[in-house]
Design a protein around this ligand. Structure first.
Ligand SMILES: [Zn+2]
Length: 360
């Protein structure tokens, strides 16, 4: 998922309240903040011809075997050498933070995505769910950047401040990922898969960075020659001062949890604060020496990273790799949907008809 600023701010907020959950070296801090990105870096392997086949593991980690994943994460702290343990420990704590924000905020994000895709906007349907999802999370990133730092990407370049870590930190986390992939998902992955994913993520974030918005528009236009919607345009944050995205639901309109149908009124900012409080409770539980599968089931409540019951293993829409044949649209379809994916583009009458999309 592209919301790397929110996940990074979340980790920094937690560290601000409770700096003792990790060691005091820069490597510990970097590992913790990488952990806050969870399995998301694996999605960027889609941009590597050699390693594209591994990006699905990012989806699997978000959807399946959530309790097993946390149980294995606890054990993964023991497969590294003694001098690597602090980094592994910090990474695991960050990974929990990713889970808390993902699982608590995703129901609102999916509910909003289904509303947008099902709103009857001409040329827009569920086939664009990946771009719409990215659009929502990008708007939330821009909003939090302003709320927390009172800055836009004109002053704050995410790729310079986020997912920074030394190579040996990446190698230690790669070891942990190989262990998780094998023991939870039965997949043998290259020993440096995670390190490669971070390199791809950095490169993509650098490419997507547009301090004035001009590069975003130019590259977005090029992408829309072959695809109806531009993933780059959806993902790349814009230099917008004081954004007030309706997708954050600050006015507390009712929305339904797509997995359960339960009505909610929380804004994204409420959910962010709830996730912070839950992280503060869950990290000490995870640190118990006897943390096992039962404890992992309790910690997660069997809710996966998408905020869905994990035992139901609801199929999420898979994000097709950028530029893959499945995701390519004919040039004749390009530009059917105008605009640069600003909030207004997706506004509509969301109360009419089936707004849940085809994820049912
Ligand atoms: Zn995620």
């Amino acid at each position: 998922m592209p919301a790397l600023m929110n996940h990074d701010f979340f980790g920094k907020d937690l560290l601000g309240d409770d700096p003792h959950i990790i060691g005091d070296t820069d490597d510990d801090r970097d590992a913790f903040l990488l952990g806050c990105q969870g399995p998301d870096p694996l999605f960027y392997l889609a941009t590597s011809p050699l390693h594209a086949k591994y990006w699905h593991l990012g989806t699997q980690m978000h959807v399946n075997f959530t309790a097993e994943l946390f149980c294995a994460l606890h054990k993964a702290q023991d497969i590294v050498s003694a001098d690597e343990k602090d980094i592994a420990h910090a990474y695991a704590h960050g990974f929990i933070c990713h889970y808390e924000l993902d699982s608590i905020a995703h129901p609102l994000i999916y509910a909003t995505q289904y509303k947008i895709c099902g709103a009857g906007i001409k040329g827009l349907d569920d086939s664009a769910h990946s771009e719409v999802h990215a659009f929502i999370e990008r708007e939330l990133d821009e909003s939090m950047l302003w709320r927390i730092r009172h800055q836009t990407v004109a002053e704050y370049a995410p790729y310079k401040h986020i997912i920074i870590a030394r190579e040996h930190v990446l190698r230690i986390i790669s070891k942990m990922f190989s262990y998780l992939a094998l023991t939870v998902y039965g997949k043998q992955v290259p020993p440096d898969m995670y390190r490669l994913a971070i390199h791809k993520m950095r490169r993509t974030q650098h490419l997507f960075y547009s301090s004035t918005g001009m590069k975003r528009n130019v590259l977005g236009d090029i992408e829309q020659i072959v695809r109806r919607y531009s993933m780059l345009r959806s993902m790349a944050p814009r230099p917008v001062a004081n954004p007030d995205p309706w997708v954050a639901n600050e006015d507390h309109h009712e929305w339904d949890d797509p997995a359960t149908g339960t009505p909610h009124f929380e804004s994204f900012y409420d959910l962010y604060d709830m996730a912070l409080e839950k992280a503060k409770k869950d990290i000490p539980l995870f640190d118990q020496p006897d943390f096992d599968l039962d404890a992992a089931h309790k910690l997660t409540g069997d809710i996966n990273f998408n905020g869905e019951p994990s035992e139901a293993q609801i199929e999420v829409h898979e994000v097709k790799p950028l530029g893959s044949p499945e995701n390519a649209q004919g040039a004749e379809n390009a530009r059917n949907f105008e605009g640069a994916y600003d909030s207004e583009d997706f506004e509509g009458d969301y109360d009419s008809g089936d707004t849940k999309g085809s994820n049912e």
